[in-house]
Design a protein around this ligand. Structure first.
Ligand SMILES: *Cc1c(COP(=O)(O)O)cnc(C)c1O
Length: 368
């Protein structure tokens, strides 16, 4: 039996609420669960508003559309992220401008952001990668100074906080994903949070084909159908009821990883950072040397020992659509070559983690 990276826990009120949604007949994008789910997301992010979307990628696109990103605009994005962050910029016809990350948090390098701001810069997207908050407090100040928008991509960081502020509440807008491997899932799903009533109204307008809220079937703009269904929201509400339990249990399992891997000389582990309340999404491990070839050998060895793993994201600048050799991103290059992620979900227990750690030790020590 293979240890999977992620596995959703649907043992709360998920079946009850989904059954209720089905019996109500409200299976599309109207129904009481949407509103309740949106409220629970706003509560998690400590924002006034949350707008549910059909996935985290459309949530990102919606956020950029809401602030009016145009083809002539630049949007600053960390090269070290999941491709959805950069693609959303391209969906607007705009240009993603990549920046490096800092090694301590794998979050966007704010000094590199400052260097790359131009008169065309419309927004910065900071990604709270692997559950670790990026330095959005400092970034928000800088964005306000330059009169540009800050968007947080919090797809991997439900419930995390920086200096006591929840991720999702620091930027002008923030997005979440509820894909099956995220901390909270709706199968496929996403949301945008904001404290601005104008942005909330724009998000709702563009999410629902651009239909005028005061005049049915009148469309003042070209919108999208990015709506979440009531059935997805029913799953999501049940998940959100257990968010704190999920986070506590995930942290215990992450602590178990740290306890059993910290003696291993060949690797380094993410370190707690002052002021940051991180959440445990998946467990990252970084080889100290050997490059991507050794990392891939270690991962193949883990696979043979029935432990699934995945490489840390390839930076955008090495991928065909965004290939870039004119700029350098040394931190992103280093962590993406040496890092891999191990299983972490509430279906695991401590004995499973210990078994996985044994497999890691064996794989790391055997793959010189
Ligand atoms: C998962 C993820 C997304 C996209 O979410 P989907 O729901 O899969 O569309 C965006 N950004 C990051 C950082 C993610 O991890």
């Amino acid at each position: 039996m293979m240890y999977q990276l992620a596995n959703p826990d649907l043992s709360g009120n998920e079946i009850k609420y989904v059954t209720d949604a089905l019996q109500s007949g409200w299976i599309s994008s109207h129904g009481s669960y949407i509103e309740q789910f949106e409220r629970s997301v706003a509560e998690m992010a400590q924002t006034k508003y949350a707008v549910a979307a059909n996935n985290g990628t459309t949530a990102l696109h919606l956020a950029l559309v809401a602030i009016g990103v145009q083809p002539s605009d630049e949007v600053i994005v960390p090269t070290l992220t999941y491709i959805a962050t950069a693609n959303a910029v391209k969906y607007c016809g705009a240009t993603p401008v990549f920046v490096d990350s800092v090694e301590e948090t794998l979050g966007i390098d704010v000094d590199d952001v400052i260097r790359k701001i131009t008169p065309k810069t419309r927004a910065v997207i900071a990604v709270h990668l692997y559950g670790i908050p990026a330095d959005v407090i400092r970034l928000r100040k800088i964005c306000d100074e330059y009169g540009i928008y800050l968007i947080e991509d919090a797809a991997e960081a439900h419930g995390a906080a920086i200096e006591g502020q929840k991720v999702g509440s620091v930027g002008h807008l923030a997005t979440f994903s509820f894909f099956g491997n995220k901390i909270v899932t709706t199968g496929e799903g996403g949301a945008v949070t904001t404290n601005s009533s104008e942005l909330d109204a724009k998000l709702r307008l563009f999410r629902g084909q651009g239909m005028d809220p005061e005049r049915r079937y009148w469309f003042p703009v070209i919108g999208y159908n990015y709506r979440m269904t009531n059935v997805q929201a029913a799953i999501g509400l049940a998940q959100m009821e257990r968010l704190n339990d999920f986070l506590d249990r995930r942290q215990e399992l992450a602590d178990c990883y740290i306890a059993h891997l910290s003696g291993l000389d060949e690797i380094s582990l993410p370190q707690p950072q002052p002021g940051l309340a991180t959440v445990a999404w998946i467990q990252n491990v970084f080889l100290k040397d050997g490059g991507a070839t050794r990392r891939d050998t270690v991962m193949a060895s883990l696979q043979a020992l029935e432990v699934d793993s995945r490489p840390v994201f390839y930076p955008m600048h090495v991928l065909p659509p965004y290939f870039d050799t004119t700029n350098v991103y040394p931190v992103a290059d280093k962590v993406s070559e040496l890092g891999f992620s191990l299983p972490l979900h509430v279906g695991l227990d401590e004995s499973n983690i210990i078994e996985i750690c044994e497999a890691v030790k064996q794989s790391v020590q055997n793959c010189e």
